[in-house]
Design a protein around this ligand. Structure first.
Ligand SMILES: Nc1ncnc2c1ncn2[C@@H]1O[C@H](COP(=O)(O)OP(=O)(O)OP(=O)(O)O)[C@@H](O)[C@H]1O
Length: 242
């Protein structure tokens, strides 16, 4: 569970996130949609602890992220939109480092790493240095690092960008399986079809403000439209900017 209450972040005079509140329930895939510069990554960085909010409260798995950041972080795995990770580590070393940071035993790290490396088809690249990986491979190794620790809450910033079709399909399957086990997935995306087909709840943010949050059916009702999420999204974000 993630609960964000009246979250606000300014960069100088720029109000990047403006009084945003929402709740991600256990067992839920929550899609966070918005145009470029809407405030998605800034919100995600505040939830994960990379940025401090100016105002607001963040509860992560029942823990106050601002009062007890370490306990909150233990409940989260995060894959950023830009996988700038430790270039001088091998893939295998990186996964071991992540797994140990979360207190996993070596055998468990090895087993889970191999399992996911096979799914994402980089099992033969784990001994190579990350600096030699392609962008997509870096994204995959970060994703595998996030998955092996099996957190209650998985947070993914634009996870489908850069992944090949098969990996993207497998990731969506993994996201659904995790939620079926009562865990939650929060992810940002520009890909409407992904949000439309995968999310239990969709939130739309524009210019730092949360415009709407609900199921696809709720959103259709709100936009008084039976069309695709893309049409609804354009309608709602357009209304907001008028
Ligand atoms: N470190 C920073 N310093 C100054 N302004 C920032 C900083 N980070 C973000 N911003 C501004 O805050 C706003 C929200 O940015 P954010 O990265 O959260 O958007 P986003 O929705 O993730 O966009 P995109 O889809 O393009 O990645 C933008 O106007 C951006 O320019």
């Amino acid at each position: 569970m993630i609960e964000v209450i009246n979250l606000t972040k300014k960069f100088g005079a720029k109000l990047a996130v403006d009084n945003v509140s929402f709740k991600v329930n256990d067992g839920e895939i929550f899609g966070f949609l918005g145009p470029n510069g809407a405030g998605k990554s800034t919100t995600i960085k505040m939830i994960t602890g990379l940025l401090s909010p100016d105002e607001g409260k963040i509860m992560v798995g029942g823990v106050d992220r601002l009062k007890d950041p370490i306990s909150a972080k233990k409940k989260i795995s995060y894959v950023p939109d830009n996988p700038d990770i430790y270039e001088k580590m091998t893939g295998k070393f990186y996964l071991s480092f992540i797994g140990k940071s979360y207190g996993l035993a070596s055998e468990e790290i090895e087993k889970r790493s191999m399992e996911y490396a096979k799914i994402f088809e980089i099992e033969n690249d784990l001994s190579a240095y990350i600096e030699s990986y392609s962008h997509g491979m870096k994204q995959k190794i970060t994703l595998i690092g996030a998955l092996i620790v099996d957190p209650d809450i998985l947070i993914l910033d634009e996870p489908m960008v850069g992944l090949d079709a098969k990996s993207s399909y497998n990731l969506k399957k993994i996201m659904r399986e995790r939620c079926d086990r009562g865990k939650s997935v929060f992810f940002s995306t520009h890909v409407m079809e992904v949000a439309e087909n995968l999310c239990d709840t969709i939130a739309i943010i524009n210019k730092g403000k949360l415009i709407t949050v609900g199921s696809l059916e709720d959103l259709k009702e709100k936009a008084k439209d039976e069309g695709s999420l893309e049409k609804i999204f354009l309608e709602l974000t357009d209304e907001e900017s008028n």
